[in-house]
Design a protein around this ligand. Structure first.
Ligand code: 26V
Length: 817
């Protein structure tokens, strides 16, 4: 045993240096006497990866020995961002690496900047998955993440003349040291074909004869926990052509076509769909869903069978989490394997399925619910369609017994939608087959109970729960804001808050302490400087550090109301222009920062981006305005940009029309970093108010129950003169592009203003004015800032995961070495 322990890699700076140099020479094949920053980054990453692998092996062996109940987290999207800093911090060896590198003449920070983002997701849902993986590892849960290894992640956003253009994100170009290719860990995945009957020992079974087969190859990404040896697996599948299946075509002599069609297989995992709201019923998307689900389910069942001889224990050992409906085919795949391949009787298989799935929905609107056209499904997955029909038949029969022949309700609840295009409702399938349906905030649960899932809630009230989202403080404070992190530890007298985030409440008692206030302000100023440098390097614009940095970064969507922000800025500009020169001294200077991507096909969102640029062009070049108002667009917003922007923000905006944001997680990251929030009472903001108090943020706008009334009523623009005026300025071409912005202005006209920009405008301006007033009082502002961080503990993904663990029925399993 001691001999084995001796084999562990050492973490003193000299050993780390040697390891890095070995990787320069033997992995990168560069001379150890001459290598650049990028090569140093790669060698460094390989040396970190070696250490991850050691812990990962130990963890996996320990899990195997203990055989605890495991949680399998299925998600089509994971927004992991960069891995280097996060890994060394979780491993607890960041300082040692920094020292080792400085002796080699490199700076850790500089090398960390060499890493590109892993952007295998769109927005909130995807980053949430990444935060939850970090918490699962840190809290020692026996967990696996499963997803797709897209070759092209979320598109890169390039702004040309103020317009968004999309470019491919071929992120694997220079290799990826953070994954381990498991070339022998593959599963066949079948598509198309037909279903036939087969008789075995007097029983008739269904056999699916596929028309196409591809191979799923595992790529393991290692997720280290903080303050524990536990290191868990995020297994992403890549599609490769199947050798077994192709032999036939080679034998028939059509060599060229056979090779060409092999390449088609790889397209399944080639690209992430960039739209996060509308479903288009595309075959490739369905193929992606089934491909990753089938490989994952086969892997899960293989692992179970390695240790168990029959399926009775399956629900005691396996929990599957559906991250939205995208992986809902997993339900049917488990049924298919249990019935058709393991030859379990239907009822027994169904009983198992009903105990293992838990489903989380991330959307509020019916249009956001996924539908799969039956024709498409029947051709791609003929056996799955049969199984869905059977599940639905049984469900509807049961339902009739409970609710009688209420045909309207029966048809609303049916998994199969009979309409112009007959479709499968993935959400209905997920609800029927899961033991729990989770919302992502308390307000979200109330909404789904009252609207999209009302019928189901009335049928099974106990199934419906909520787990308020959270974000990991390891990435969103420790990695992204190291100076704030040290300051917090200094004042709390411990680093324990990194694992036990509730301890942050201990800051409350010092919120008015002048020494802490001074240090707090210093830290925030340095972060603002970093952001200002970035802005200047990116756009050439110099911004004043005395200005309030007001930030809105998130996907561009009408419901998130970036347009409200722009119209508010136009109003501010208009006021400055119409003011006496002497009064301008009283204006609180602002740097308004916005960033986010619009889905490539989302015209109105793209116009919002262009409008921002048009307004910025005018204001930033107006000498009457100077430093009083500056507009910055941060292009290609992603996780690593967020890590830079969030710590430098004074104020951040979360201003969706009430009832539209299921939770929102950006607000939680800002909150942790001591940024004040300007927000509507939507999603998780309701719970944030409870934690930090309404006086510590700037709240405005219609509440959920006001929205239908206001939509009905509309606003009188004669009363709402300020709003009418700013919209007119855009309409009349004050910022140019008059024709182009017409359709955008139309969206907020009386009677059409679905997201209620008009009715919320007055309240928005008041909230902004309150922020200005407070900013002048730096003592008050800093106290509110400290109280924001102090009250952010509840929004850690550690708490979210503890909530989920109860639902999943899992216990920690901590590797003891
Ligand atoms: C939908 C679609 C539909 C078309 C194909 C691609 C695609 C990809 C993702 C989605 C669902 C996106 C839903 C989402 O991100 N929701 C956000 O989830 C956050 C985490 O729960 C939550 O904080 C946000 O409020 C919610 O909008």
């Amino acid at each position: 045993m001691f001999a084995l322990m001796d084999r562990f890699l050492k973490n003193d700076p000299i050993s780390l240096q040697n390891d890095i140099l070995d990787h320069v020479e033997y992995t990168m094949a560069r001379s150890r006497f001459s290598f650049d920053d990028f090569e140093a980054y790669q060698a460094l990453s390989h040396s970190v990866r070696d250490r991850l692998i050691e812990r990962w092996h130990d963890t996996q062996i320990y899990f195997k020995r203990k055989d605890p109940k495991r949680i399998y987290f299925l998600s089509l999207e994971f927004l992991m961002g960069r891995s280097l800093s996060n890994s060394v911090i979780n491993l607890g060896i960041r300082d040692q690496y920094a020292e080792a590198l400085s002796q080699l003449g490199f700076e850790f920070e500089v090398l960390a900047e060499q890493e590109g983002d892993a952007a295998l997701g769109n927005g909130g849902l995807a980053r949430l998955s990444a935060c939850q993986m970090d918490s699962l590892a840190t809290l020692d849960y026996p967990a696996w993440g499963y997803g797709l290894r897209y070759q092209y992640g979320l598109f890169r956003q390039v702004i040309m003349d103020g317009f968004q253009h999309e470019q491919p994100d071929y992120w694997l170009n220079f290799g990826n040291p953070w994954e381990i290719e498991r070339i022998h860990l593959t599963y066949p995945v079948k598509f198309y074909g037909s279903v036939e009957d087969e008789t075995l020992n007097g029983e008739i079974y269904k056999v699916w004869i596929p028309g196409e087969m591809v191979e799923a190859v595992a790529y393991d990404n290692l997720i280290p926990g903080y303050g524990t040896r536990n290191t868990i697996t995020l297994r992403l599948w890549a599609a490769k052509p199947s050798d077994q299946y192709d032999m036939e075509s080679y034998n028939t002599g059509d060599y060229i076509n056979a090779v060409v069609s092999r390449q088609k297989a790889e397209s399944i995992s080639s690209v992430l769909y960039p739209d996060d709201r509308s479903y288009q019923g595309k075959e490739l998307r369905l193929k992606q869903q089934y491909f990753f689900v089938s490989a994952s389910v086969q892997d899960i069942i293989r692992r179970f069978k390695d240790a168990h001889s029959n399926f009775d224990e399956f629900p005691e050992k396996v929990a599957l989490q559906l991250n939205d409906t995208h992986p809902s085919l997993a339900i049917v795949e488990v049924m298919r394997i249990l019935v058709d391949e393991e030859h379990l009787d239907w009822n027994k298989a169904w009983h198992i399925v009903c105990q293992i799935f838990s489903f989380t929905t991330h959307t509020v609107i019916a249009e956001g619910l996924e539908k799969i056209p039956v024709d498409l499904l029947g051709s791609l997955l003929p056996r799955h369609l049969q199984i869905m029909y059977e599940i639905n038949f049984n469900f509807v029969e049961e339902l009739k017994k409970k609710i009688g022949l209420d045909y309207n309700r029966l048809s609303r609840m049916s998994i199969v939608e009979e309409g112009a295009v007959k479709s499968i409702r993935s959400a209905n399938l997920s609800i029927v087959c899961s033991h729990t349906v989770n919302g992502v905030s308390r307000a979200h649960l109330e909404l789904i109970k009252a609207n999209v899932f009302k019928d189901f809630y009335e049928l099974w009230p106990q199934k419906f729960q909520y787990k308020t989202n959270g974000v990991t403080q390891r990435r969103w404070i420790v990695v992204s804001n190291p100076s704030l992190s040290s300051l917090i530890s200094k004042w709390l007298g411990t680093e324990a808050w990194v694992r036990d985030v509730e301890l942050l409440t201990g800051l409350r008692e010092y919120a008015a302490n002048p020494d802490l206030q001074l240090e707090w302000k210093m830290v925030r100023k340095v972060n603002k400087m970093r952001l200002a440098e970035y802005i200047e390097a990116m756009s050439g614009l110099k911004v004043s550090l005395d200005a309030m940095f007001d930030v809105q970064i998130k996907r561009i969507h009408e419901y998130k109301r970036q347009l409200l922000n722009i119209l508010g800025i136009i109003h501010r500009y208009d006021c400055i222009k119409n003011m006496e020169k002497s009064d301008r001294r009283k204006v609180v200077p602002r740097v308004c920062i916005i960033g986010g991507k619009a889905a490539p096909g989302y015209e109105i969102a793209k116009k919002i981006i262009k409008l921002w640029h048009a307004v910025a062009e005018k204001i930033n070049n107006d000498s009457d305005v100077g430093d009083l108002l500056k507009l910055v667009f941060i292009p290609d917003y992603n996780v690593s940009v967020a890590e830079l922007v969030i710590p430098g923000a004074d104020l951040s905006q979360h201003i969706s029309t009430a009832g539209n944001e299921a939770s929102g997680t950006g607000s939680m990251k800002f909150l942790m970093n001591g940024c004040l929030l300007l927000a509507t009472e939507d999603g998780s903001t309701v719970e944030i108010i409870e934690e930090i108090g309404v006086d510590n943020m700037f709240l405005f706008g219609a509440r959920v129950h006001d929205v239908p009334v206001l939509r009905e009523k509309g606003v009188d623009l004669k009363v709402n003169l300020q709003f009418a005026r700013v919209v007119r300025m855009v309409r009349d071409g004050y910022f140019g592009f008059k024709d182009y912005f017409k359709s955008l202005c139309d969206t907020v006209e009386v009677g059409k203003d679905f997201y209620l920009l008009g009715s919320d405008f007055g309240g928005y301006l008041e909230a902004q004015a309150a922020a200005d007033k407070t900013f002048v009082d730096q003592e008050k502002w800093t106290r509110m800032s400290i109280l924001s961080t102090a009250g952010s503990g509840r929004f850690s993904s550690d708490r979210t995961i503890e909530d989920y663990a109860k639902t999943w029925g899992i216990e920690p399993c901590r590797c003891p070495f």
